[in-house]
Design a binder for this molecule. Sequence first.
Ligand code: ZN
Length: 596
Amino acid sequence: MIRYQITSANPVTHYFDVSIQISRPDPQGQKLRLPNWIPGSYMIRDFARNLLDLKVTNEHGELSVEQLDKSNWMVEATTHPIDVSYRVYAKDLSVRSAHLDASHGYFNGTSVFLEVLGLSELPCEVLIERPPVELARTWQLATSLARKEADAYDFGLYQAENYDDLIDHPVEMGNFERVSFEACGVPHDVILTGRFVCDLDRLAADLKTICEFHIRFFGEPAPMDYYQFQVLVVGDGYGGLEHRASTSLVCSRDSLPKPGQQKITDDYRDFLGLCSHEYFHTWNVKRIKPKVYQPYDLQQEVYTPLLWAFEGITSYYDDLALVRCGLIDQSAYLELLSQTITRVARGKGRTRQSAGESSFNTWTKFYKQDENAANAIVSYYAKGCLIAACIDLRMRSASDGESNLDDVMRALWQQYQATAPGVGEDDIQQLICLLSGADLSSELQEWIYGTAELPLEELLGQHGVELLWRASQNQSDKGGKEIDGELPRVDFGAFLKMSPNGLEIQRVSEQGAAQLAGLAAGDVIVAVNGLKTDQAKLEKQLALAVPDDVWQLHAFRRDELFETDVTLQAAAETTAVLKAAEQNSEQRNLWLQSES
Ligand code: ZN
């Protein structure tokens, strides 16, 4: 048994105070280490940079500690119990690390708990103590860690099966709001932190529908006996991270349903999609996972080409669940799918990088995107979602409706329950061929590891959905909707944003009008054809322009003014709209309606 303790002497300093009691340390010298990344977020984050004041004592006094590298330490050999103490600076307001201030505290175990090497498989106890200051007097606590000696939603003694379990249950403390529901007999809590107005009962009812759908999709019973949604509500934010019995989410307050609000707004629909996504991960990636993640090596990058499946298939089912469980209608679902098609179609990166490569390089490319990302890489979320759609539709066609991607996911789940073998690189492709009764291997190989366009038009057509392409209306046009009236006939080839400096180029498209005129990200456009400009003015001019019009542009690069001529290009038709067709409507209904 390893015993951890965590509190904060004063949350306004942003320090968590952590200690570990190890009764039988390695007599050769105890090694300690902190993860460098957190599962689900594939980037080296070097959490140890926030660790300080590390001290180790035994009953005779302080022991020397040698630091071996950025995240590993060796304690002087002793046969007596040792006590390790340190502080962790917590000021990252995201779901990936830790945050602490006067309003609340939040941590992932990966940021705060040192691993005791050689004893990682031992059960852990963790005493989470209320910060001994007035501001924390009314704080509650939320976590999916098992309680040992603690009241529900209170500080106290918690426990974990081992280190891996200990670091997979984030903890939220503060004055949060809570709403509870049961899904297929499993108690669920939604914990909301921040300032917001929300119809909590509505939220709970909608989440219950989604959770029950996913549990029944994989088959009862659910793999966890309790589940927690931890939601941090902010002015503007969006994201989530999956855990085995909880998820941490960030959302903007506008996306929550308001009392009296009947319809599902686009923002609320996106939030439900996010919840659905993280919940689906409870099976797909938290349990069914790549072989190379068994176990996770949290010291360094772990490479797999399979994130197209673990993130892409999850992205496919997150929104699909909303239509199948009746929360949104078919046209709303088709709008969401066409937005994903649009996201992929607009980037030249799709012609350069396959979904498999994007997965493999996530550490240095997808998670470290710069202004050239859209030209250079493809998202394994978005392209993976489209591959999943193609697989699902192709299996339905190939097997005359006898099998589909649902069967593949259930088969993976059964394999996991039987022996938890871990998913090898070709396992999913083989399973698809086996279950569809057709040799789809060369198609699958091209979709996953190639850069040719996916056969979406054909496969959607076979399932009663027409794929149409049009030009983009403006920068905020995400696709999915038909537009009344005329669309711009030209493309400027840059994404622009008003900044304190003026109209700043955020990124340019490769071989687009802006790039060919020598413009680059960071340039600030001040005048078009001799007249001062801003975003609204420029968009108006674009709406009137025709291909091959030449604009004289004045712009600043750093503090240097320059002039250039931009030859406007014909607008590319890379914005997708999906429409329900009259033909094959039965196939469409079979695809978008739930079997259950
Ligand atoms: Zn995900």
